[in-house]
Design a protein around this ligand. Structure first.
Ligand code: SF4
Ligand code: SF4
Ligand code: SF4
Ligand code: FES
Length: 951
């Protein structure tokens, strides 16, 4: 069913030279390759259509779009017939109406126009085509064979398939193939017997369907419908906003009725997603109104006390008086803050401002510490800017796609679909990952090279790839000579050329056969445009920063930076992790990645904020924990980040949190961290506020308010309240004013404003006088730092070694349907697909230990022990086990250690030496966790009763 306000041109846009033709007597000019249907739409007309839509290739099956073309016999379908110079087209005539009417009457014979009460009523394409042609019923009657009693498939929690409303146009099948790339649907049978089936004629829920919703959106009738549309009825308006899940940053039209979301429709002009979405952004928004939301501010003196509901003012006053008391007693540096990568840029900016200006310390950090801080370090040092080099569209120009330590189909699904489309068009694929991720082999895609390296050996692998490039004469000498510093390049060249870096020598370390490494290196260096996409499998290592340097070295050496189709592209995890870094959330950097030691930068901020910013970097998150345990760090303001679940070595983290005298948690739910809190500020979801998010492409997109904040204040308003209670005035009436301040203070944001965002839709920074509409591709003629700089990347094995006691390596990742710590997705029907974290183990390791799929397995590391259910699979290699961290009581981070990246302290989540044995009961930690959970929920009960009485 068509989205509100959506125009559909019928077939996709073409890119050819201009072609002039005449449609119904009017002259039109369109690019060669355009269909007559699209040309007619460009001329302001609309040819009736059923099987065509502008997100899918023309198919030509329904025959309602027939036209007359002068000089041509018959009546060609306008969706499949391309324009030609001088062509004369007639889109309306008595004959055409007759032909179209005949077709539509046939459709209506199996799809009576009983539209009242249908979820698509007034927005059904069959209904409107029939109305235009004056068809109200079928002359063939409804007594013959039909599909009217076919049962509705309601198995999917989010949408239903009602075959009685299906007109077998195959738009859904083509959407699943072309847009999503899952190939879960087929049309089975021919003619009247044609019907849509999922996988092997299974209910949707049991099929290969990944619930992206592309089929639902493409359906012209209500055969495929979102369930809320059926229960809530037509939405009243659409508000353009941005997904609050992953770093792809998909743009959506939130279709709303009475301040409630009826459905989320991906924007076709969204530049990050081009009209596509995944199961999280499109469907899993119900957490925003979940009963677990806390909507009243609360305080308590000790974490064993019941929560007391209070007014916002009381909460601000209490938190502020505690922070001031603590600073008076333990010193100014005894407090700090953590900004959120889920909140808006404006909110993040305000939290770091509060810490630096109101609290007078640089003790502020963000969750990027635990994911992409090595990206910032590595790309800043080599290229001069701490961000990815391309936009997502760039992948459509790549000839060789090199995916390292990322699992895009699960972590960044909409971008993965685009990447798969390019791969189906013929781009080649290299995957470096310890696991056989889906991309290695999926419908119509097979990686040319899968390099199944041992976890923790990334740098050895990148050095051996570079060795092949350097020793086989594959360096792009002209590019390097023109664009890179010669001295460091020569040092790097000499270094990687050493025999100990050859693939043959490194195979013993990486576990990857030398011929695979040589083949992959040759392909990347010589296969045309080479684009690298990487994820946390690169950064979350003791040598995360070294690996990012190594990736940038390789891209520069092969001339693969500075144009479309190439580049070094970190796939950012959370929706606004790029933005939280940009906004000055790190303890050593002000907004725009400028070091706090730089007096000129500080002077700018000092003047704007009326304070004197400290010139010394503050504490990073792990240092805050250490200082808390030492007794020198006593109060923390933590917004939108569940450090007790997401940070490594849980027992260490919770010990640190327990030692704080005032922990302020600002979040939607009583998360794991809030169980150690003294003040709770109820947070606002992305639907409840205005602001911006910045995605992995550096794309700044608007977040727009759809409903009023459930707790009365949006997060940015609450931070202002807290700052004022601390005695520091913040005067903003709207987030646009915060963005204006960011633009005044940040050279890469100088040209950003809400007015421009509204006008352009989105903007990729840098946006300033040099690039007034933003920068899709960076480093085009020169690197941001001037000349690109190579770094020697010595491989240093992690200290986390396997031995007889801990013989397996545990590595971690995500699944499609859950997100990060799961606080949002666990409160949606997404848990139907994944209801607990499991341990993937290779059949050989499982057999050695007598473990079968479904058994409970005790997983012990040097840091702790937890118990997970086993899944025996060849996806992981022998010696490697794998899990996710979406559920707090699975305790994945109880076993991860405190090892971290040498440069940035990013935790080494991807390498933990463990033992796995079959067990019968939860671990001690899990039993303690469950007891504490019960206790904390008990302490919340009084406050919840108070909340309910107010409603
Ligand atoms: S929801 Fe997505 S994956 Fe599932 S059938 Fe539809 S298009 Fe295919
Ligand atoms: S379910 Fe909808 S899109 Fe799919 S074939 Fe039927 S009418 Fe067409
Ligand atoms: S791909 Fe990411 S941004 Fe897009 S809908 Fe899915 S979760 Fe949201
Ligand atoms: S819309 Fe052209 S044949 Fe269906």
């Amino acid at each position: 069913m068509l989205a509100i306000n959506r125009k559909d041109a019928g077939t996709p846009a073409a890119q050819g030279e201009p072609v002039k033709l005449t449609i119904d007597g009017a002259e039109v000019t369109v690019p060669a390759g355009t269909s007559i249907m699209r040309a007619a739409a460009a001329a302001g007309g609309a040819i009736p259509k059923l099987c065509a839509t502008d997100t899918l290739k023309a198919f030509g099956s329904c025959r309602v779009c027939l036209v007359e073309v002068e000089g041509q016999r018959g009546y060609p379908a306008s969706c499949t017939t391309l324009v030609a110079p001088g062509m004369k087209v007639k889109t309306d005539s008595e004959k055409l109406r007759q032909l179209r009417k005949g077709v539509v009457e046939l459709y209506v014979s199996d799809h009576p126009l009983n539209c009242k009460g249908c979820p698509a009523d007034t927005h059904c394409e069959l209904q409107s085509v029939a109305a235009d042609l004056g068809v109200t019923s079928s002359p063939y009657g409804f007594d013959g064979a039909n599909h009217q009693s076919a049962p509705c498939d309601t198995s999917n929690p989010y949408f239903q398939f009602d075959p009685s409303l299906c007109i077998a146009c195959s738009r859904c099948v083509r959407a699943c193939d072309e847009v999503q790339g899952t190939f879960a649907l087929t049309i089975e049978g021919r003619g009247f017997a044609s019907r849509v089936v999922a996988s092997q004629d299974q209910p949707f829920l049991e099929s290969e369907c990944v619930s992206c919703g592309a089929c639902v959106e493409s359906c012209p009738t209500a055969a495929l419908s979102e369930k809320p549309l059926v229960t809530m009825g037509r939405p009243e308006k659409a508000v353009t906003t941005t997904c609050a899940y992953c770093g792809v940053g998909c743009s959506f039209e939130a279709e709303v009725k009475d301040e409630q979301v009826v459905r989320m429709v991906p924007s076709r002009d969204g530049k990050a997603n081009r009209g596509h979405a995944c199961v999280k952004g499109r469907f899993a928004y119900g957490y925003a109104t979940h009963a677990d939301r806390i909507t009243t501010p609360m305080i308590r003196r000790q974490i064993t006390d019941p929560w007391q509901p209070v007014s916002w003012d009381e909460a601000f006053k209490y938190a502020a008086s505690e922070f001031r008391r603590i600073q008076a007693r333990y010193g100014r540096e005894s407090v700090g803050g953590i900004t959120s990568s889920r909140c808006t840029n404006e909110e993040t900016f305000l939290v770091q401002k509060l810490v630096r200006a109101a609290l007078g310390t640089n003790n502020v950090d963000t969750c990027a510490r635990v994911c992409h801080s090595p990206t910032g370090y590595g790309l800043k040092h080599t290229l001069g800017e701490s961000a990815g080099t391309q936009n997502f569209d760039s992948v459509m120009h790549a000839d060789v796609i090199f995916v390292i330590g990322a699992n895009p189909t699960d972590g960044h699904p909409v971008f993965a679909s685009r990447m798969k489309r390019r791969l189906r068009e013929g781009a080649r694929l290299i995957v470096a990952d310890p696991r056989a991720i889906d991309l290695v082999k999926s419908p119509h895609i097979k990686a040319d090279y899968h390099l199944p390296l041992k976890p923790g050996t990334n740098v050895a692998l990148i050095n051996s790839i570079a060795h092949v490039v350097v020793t086989e004469g594959l360096v792009n000498e002209a590019y390097v000579a023109e664009r890179c510093e010669p001295g460091p390049f020569q040092k790097w060249r000499d270094f990687v050329a050493q025999p100990q870096h050859s693939p043959e020598a490194m195979a013993a370390i990486t576990g990857v056969p030398a011929e695979l490494v040589r083949g992959a290196a040759r392909l990347y260096a010589t296969g045309g445009n080479g684009a690298i996409y990487y994820g946390l499998g690169v950064t979350e290592h003791s040598q995360g920063s070294t690996m990012v340097l190594g990736i940038a070295n390789l891209a520069m050496a092969t001339g693969n930076i500075g144009r479309e189709g190439v580049g070094v592209n970190p796939l950012r995890g959370q929706n606004n992790v790029q933005g939280s870094c940009d906004m000055g959330s790190f303890p050593h950097e002000l907004a725009g990645y400028r070091h706090v030691s730089d007096a000129a930068t500080r002077a700018l901020f000092d003047a704007e904020w009326g304070v004197q910013i400290e010139p010394e970097p503050g504490l990073r998150i792990p240092n805050m924990f250490e200082a808390a345990l030492d007794g020198s760090f006593k109060a923390l303001y933590c917004q939108g980040e569940d450090i007790a679940q997401s940070d490594p070595n849980t027992q260490h983290v919770t010990a640190a949190l327990s030692s704080l005298e005032c922990l302020v948690v600002h979040d939607l739910f009583l998360n794991e961290t809030a169980k150690y809190a003294h003040v709770f500020f109820p947070g606002s979801s992305f639907l409840e506020k205005d602001g911006t998010f910045t995605n992995a492409e550096r794309r700044i997109s608007r977040v727009r308010k759809v409903m009023h904040p459930l707790a009365g204040l949006a997060d940015w308003e609450a931070t202002i309240g807290f700052a004022r209670a601390l005695g520091y005035e913040m005067n903003y009436t709207h987030p646009s004013e915060i963005m204006d301040e960011i633009a005044r203070l940040t050279p890469t944001f100088t040209g950003v404003s809400y007015e421009k965002l509204d006008r352009l839709g989105s903007i990729q920074w840098p946006c300033n006088d040099a690039a007034p509409e933003g920068t899709p591709t960076m480093h085009i003629d020169r690197f941001v730092r001037g000349k690109g700089r190579f770094y020697v990347t010595e491989y240093v094995p992690t200290s986390e070694r396997v031995n007889a006691r801990f013989p397996l390596i545990l590595t971690t990742g995500r699944v499609l349907t859950q997100y990060n710590v799961g606080a949002q997705t666990r409160r949606t029907a997404n848990s139907q697909w994944y209801e607990e974290d499991v341990l993937e183990i290779h059949p050989q390791d499982a057999e050695d230990r007598g473990i079968g799929s479904g058994d409970w397995v005790g997983v012990t590391s040097r840091a702790g022990e937890t118990v997970l259910r086993a899944v025996v699979t060849e996806r992981v290699q022998p010696g490697v086990v794998y899990t996710t961290f979406h559920f707090p009581d699975s305790g994945a981070n109880v076993i991860t250690t405190e090892n971290s990246d040498w440069a940035t302290n990013c935790p080494e989540y991807k390498v933990t030496a463990v033992q796995a044995v079959k067990v019968q009961r939860p671990s001690d930690w899990q039993r303690r966790f469950r007891d504490q959970n019960e206790q904390q929920l008990g302490l919340l009960r009084g406050a919840r009763a108070h909340e309910r009485s107010r409603q």
